[in-house]
Design a protein around this ligand. Structure first.
Ligand SMILES: NC(=O)c1ccc[n+]([C@@H]2O[C@H](COP(=O)([O-])OP(=O)(O)OC[C@H]3O[C@@H](n4cnc5c(N)ncnc54)[C@H](O)[C@@H]3O)[C@@H](O)[C@H]2O)c1
Length: 363
């Protein structure tokens, strides 16, 4: 079934009203492309809290209740815990809803294939949103790399330090879900936050032919393990190499309106470099993007470098896409599987002591 663009506001249900709703909602507020018709969460407290944003929407404890309510839904904004992504998305695609899903898509390739199959069978669109691709400093970084301004690309480096102090409150229940994921071998650094880092690599320099990884473990409390220190290296099909190192600094205070991630992206070119100094948190207080070439440093002082804006723009992109069907989804379900393969290759490499693994061959 070919996708037919909408010529009226898209009727959307939010499914999952937890922490990240606060940012996903930004693409929806004041957006004429959409009409929010329903809010779904088993938590009565969450339903009551979010209903204040959408007085005309009805609330439900489950997607199934909504589906049998008679309310017409075109698309779901799916903000479920990761372990519920596959079954939840398949259920919603089965109701005939398009789906905009939070990352990570799911934990393994089997679930990913089931999701793709369900979308295809029902002729529905499955998008796995990647807000980092909408973060203005990173978009500008990509444009600079492609412009030739810093010469031919020699390589790049991503850095991530998770700090233990600062930022917004994260409900303990969200941490518990992450600990469950850790027990499944899908930790918060490599798989949850790492999904973004790996996605930006594919977005910047294309398909990857080899991955090497050393994934560590740090116990930070009874039964609470983190998948750091971790270093992942890879080579793209075009020969460009990347490296990402992730560490934790439990006692480090990081000013942040959101999570306490101290992040950087740096691309080295044959005649200069370009560096994004921060993203989620307010780490380095220099301009969010700096470019050095030919002996001169240029700082970008007027970019929209509020991390939340990347959610707003990702959401707007999706809702506009539903009205046109044109252009990239960032990401389609199929593209998201490449990110999953990248992560799975890192796990396979680390398990084998750091051997090179082709993400196209993981199972
Ligand atoms: N893009 C990003 O940077 C980013 C940041 C944080 C979280 N996330 C992702 O967003 C998703 C949600 O994360 P979160 O931090 O909001 O989690 P959360 O634990 O704060 O919220 C999850 C919500 O889902 C609800 N829920 C549980 N089962 C449900 C069901 N069957 N139907 C409907 N609702 C149900 C819970 O009651 C809770 O309110 C995860 O996939 C996570 O990885 C993405």
């Amino acid at each position: 079934m070919a996708f037919v663009p909408y010529d009226r506001p898209v009727r959307v249900a939010f499914v999952g009203l937890g922490r990240i709703y606060d940012l996903n909602v930004r693409g929806y507020l004041g957006n004429r492309d959409v009409e929010v018709v329903a809010l779904v969460d088993p938590s009565e407290e969450r339903r009551a809290q979010r209903a204040a944003d959408w007085p005309a929407a009805r609330t439900f404890a489950s997607a199934a209740e909504l589906a049998s309510s008679g309310i017409e839904v075109d698309a779901a904004e799916v903000l479920l815990p990761i372990a519920l992504h596959a079954d939840g998305v398949i259920e919603m695609l089965g109701f005939g809803w398009h789906v905009n899903l939070q990352k990570p898509m799911c934990n393994d390739l089997w679930d990913a294939q089931r999701m793709l199959d369900a979308a295809k069978a029902g002729g529905r669109i499955l998008r796995v949103m990647e807000n980092y691709l909408f973060y203005e400093p990173l978009r500008q970084l990509k444009a600079i790399a492609e412009s030739g301004e810093i010469g031919d690309i020699s390589g790049y480096h991503i850095k991530m330090v998770g700090s233990g102090r600062g930022g917004w409150d994260v409900p303990w229940s969200s941490f518990e879900l992450q600990m469950e994921q850790m027990k499944r071998g899908r930790g918060i650094f490599v798989f949850d936050d790492g999904w973004h880092k790996l996605a930006t690599a594919i977005w910047l320099f294309g398909p990857i032919r080899e991955v090497r990884a050393w994934i560590g473990n740090t116990a930070v409390g009874p039964g609470i393990d983190l998948d750091v220190p971790t270093t992942i290296l890879w080579e793209h099909d075009n020969g460009v190499r990347g490296v990402w190192d992730a560490t934790v600094a439990m006692d480090l205070y990081l000013r942040s309106d959101y999570y306490t991630n101290d992040e950087r992206w740096e691309i080295t070119g044959s005649k200069g470099y370009a560096r994004v100094n921060r993203c989620t948190g307010r780490g380095i207080q220099q301009p969010s993007l700096e470019v050095y070439a030919d002996g001169e440093m240029r700082g970008y002082h007027a970019l929209d470098d509020d991390w939340a804006s990347s959610f707003r723009d990702s959401g707007r992109h999706w809702l506009r896409w539903l009205h046109t069907g044109d252009g990239p989804l960032r990401w389609s379900g199929e593209e998201a599987v490449n990110v999953l393969r990248f992560a799975l290759a890192a796990y396979a490499s680390s398990a084998s002591g750091g051997a090179g693994v082709n993400p196209g061959l993981v199972s």
